[in-house]
Unconditional design. Structure first.
Length: 254
């Protein structure tokens, strides 16, 4: 893959993490899937409105149509503008369409996006769509090497492909079926998982001194994020393996 087709982030531990950039094709696939779900939502709302207004309510309450139209408009507005920001916030940069397409929104630094950033990048969607079929967004993506649309520039985000499970699988020393401690891995982001697994996959290529020092720095960083006492682990690499395994086994990672 060409260097322009991927985002490379150098961590403080001097481990390069690479994220394949998502192009127009995969992003349009995600938008098409999300748009279909939104259309289904609009259709369900219309059915509900027709059912409610078709009964005795409209006869007993003459202004019911006006109020229903106002509520319907508000719900459609929230569904259209809040759909992307809502899912990208709770699913760490993914909507159902992005999950289907295997892509994710992350910050330029490689970290997970926040609710504010998800909202900011999607408020610019109205400009990216102008004058239709995301014309402004497509032109903007063609003119920069990270395939960013205007919303991505404003929020400081980029869209990347999720690494395939088999390509990201590191080498583990822990024995299958071993009893492992339980850690609060929900506090970790996918970027921190990528940092752990990048080290675990490349550790055999490091000199013993660099390998030991790097494992300790990463273990201290992860322990701090997990709100564990930051102290030397009995075996830093075993600690990182246990965290990675638990994260992958949890329902949060797909």
């Amino acid at each position: 893959m060409d260097s322009l087709d991927k985002l490379t982030i150098d961590t403080p531990e001097q481990i390069a993490i690479e994220f394949p950039l998502a192009g127009i094709g995969s992003r349009f696939l995600a938008i098409a899937f999300d748009s279909l779900l939104q259309l289904i939502g609009y259709f369900v709302l219309l059915l509900i409105a027709a059912f409610v207004l078709g009964g005795e309510l409209r006869r007993l309450w003459p202004s019911a149509w006006n109020w229903s139209a106002a509520v319907f408009t508000l719900v459609v507005f929230c569904l259209y503008w809040g759909y992307y920001a809502f899912f990208e916030t709770i699913w760490k940069g993914q909507t159902p369409g992005k999950r289907h397409a295997g892509i994710r929104v992350i910050k330029d630094t490689g970290r997970s996006i926040t609710g504010f950033e998800a909202l900011a990048r999607n408020l610019l969607r109205v400009i990216d769509q102008f004058p239709g079929i995301y014309a402004v967004g497509c032109v903007t993506m063609f003119l920069n090497k990270r395939s960013k649309r205007l919303g991505d520039f404003v929020a400081g985000t980029v869209v990347v492909h999720e690494k395939k499970e088999e390509a990201a699988e590191p080498f583990f020393n822990l024995q299958p079926g071993a009893q492992l401690p339980v850690y609060p891995v929900a506090k970790l982001s996918t970027t921190e998982l990528a940092l752990i697994e990048t080290f675990l996959a490349r550790r055999l290529d490091l000199s013993p001194e660099v390998r030991t020092a790097t494992a300790q720095r990463i273990a201290e960083r992860i322990a701090q994020k997990l709100e564990l006492p930051v102290r030397p682990q009995p075996d830093n690499e075993d600690f990182l393996e246990a965290v990675a395994k638990e994260y992958r086994d949890s329902l949060r990672y797909r």
